[in-house]
Write a protein that binds this ligand. Structure first.
Ligand code: TYM
Length: 336
């Protein structure tokens, strides 16, 4: 029996944080044996906000090495760089011509990011979800494992696929496969260490708001020491008046691998002074081995290049086949 397929990616704007790990990569690792996995580094998405050309390539490679260090097995998963496969940009153009503008104008992430950018909002930022739809639809995945913040983009992807099928396909012969989001409840929305009502994000100007997967032990300790808490003693899940408390307990639960009931019981009577060292120790225990593997991966000459070359070759074949199918359906002149 052939395996079902998953596809997902992460924008290469900076080093990955606990939100990316708990909301996405950790889940990919857990299901990689069960599914045919396509995982990529979204470097074309990284230039939708002002970027530094001097670091784009190295950030992309760091993200790739982080996937491997977190446990993605290149023998099982196909790992590739988005910009290495031109079908992404080409399908995005075609989908642009089919997507109504007002579908994009209501995207929450666009509105939030545009607000931050002020005058400097590019067409690419608005178009971001169409490129994401192309990324997904090219590989005909059954599921797309992501964090909660990507739900709206996945709904848009489904709408775009259905519109293409409706306009150019037939009921019995759809052109694009309509994928399903795969969003796990736990870890789907990790919040900022500086404000429990905002999500942890690569683009937050404050380093203290997030723990990077590559942070040193000292940096982790400092960030947890300085993170926002509240004056109440006794820690609890799910109190809407205590967003930081819920977030930090959730991090502790996920990183220690304990159940919510165990953590709730352990922390019901303790104060922040006791909890913070516990969270620090647990975070370091979870992250330090990843950091060590990361260093080993980058120290092995040629290893990452081989993974990325093989990944590109495999991904490109699949992507080009879907692109040809779409171009035929839209009536483009066949290649001579
Ligand atoms: P990005 O780079 O913002 O995030 C990558 C993955 O991490 C998840 N995530 C989080 N999960 C929990 N808590 C958080 N605080 C948190 N922050 C991020 C995201 O939900 C995502 O799963 N547009 C995508 C990249 C992309 C993509 C795709 C994803 C481009 N093409 C095709 C899937 C399929 C993005 O910017 O994710």
């Amino acid at each position: 029996m052939t395996k079902q397929r998953i596809l997902s990616g992460i924008q290469t704007t900076g080093d990955l944080h606990l939100g990316n790990y708990l909301g996405a990569i950790r889940n990919w690792v857990e299901i990689q044996e069960q599914y045919d996995s396509y995982l990529f580094m979204a470097d074309l998405h990284a230039i939708t906000v002002p970027h530094d050309p001097k670091v784009l390539a190295s950030t992309t490679r760091r993200v790739a090495a982080t996937y491997l260090a977190c446990g993605i097995n290149p023998k099982q998963a196909t790992i590739f760089i988005q910009s290495h496969i031109s079908a992404h940009a080409e399908l995005a153009w075609i989908l642009n011509c089919i997507t109504p503008l007002n579908w994009l104008e209501r995207m929450i992430q666009f509105k939030e990011k545009a607000l931050k950018q002020g005058e400097d909002v590019s067409v690419g930022l608005l178009d971001y979800p169409v490129l994401q739809a192309a990324d997904i639809l090219l590989y005909e995945p059954d599921h797309v494992p992501v964090g909660e913040d990507q739900r709206q983009h996945l709904e848009l992807t489904r709408d775009i696929a259905q519109r293409v099928n409706y306009k150019f396909g037939t009921e019995t012969q759809p052109i694009l496969k309509v994928p399903n989001p795969l969003i796990r409840k736990e870890g789907a929305r990790v919040m900022s260490l500086a404000d429990g009502t905002r999500k942890m994000s690569k683009s937050d100007p404050s380093e203290l708001s997030r723990i990077s997967i590559l942070d040193t032990n000292d940096a982790i300790a400092t960030k947890i020491k300085k993170c926002k808490t509240d004056p109440t003693r006794g820690l609890e899940f799910g109190n809407p008046d205590r967003p930081e408390c819920n977030n930090l307990l959730t991090l502790y639960m996920l990183l220690s691998g304990q159940t919510q009931a165990t953590v709730a019981a352990e922390c019901a009577e303790i104060g922040w002074g006791q909890f913070k060292p516990l969270l620090t120790e647990t975070t370091i225990a979870a992250i330090a081995p990843i950091r060590d593997r990361y260093d080993e991966i980058l120290a092995e000459p040629g290893y990452l290049d081989t993974v990325l070359r093989e990944g590109r070759e495999k991904a490109e074949t699949l992507a080009n086949a879907t692109l040809s199918k779409v171009k035929n359906a839209l009536g483009f002149a066949p290649m001579i």
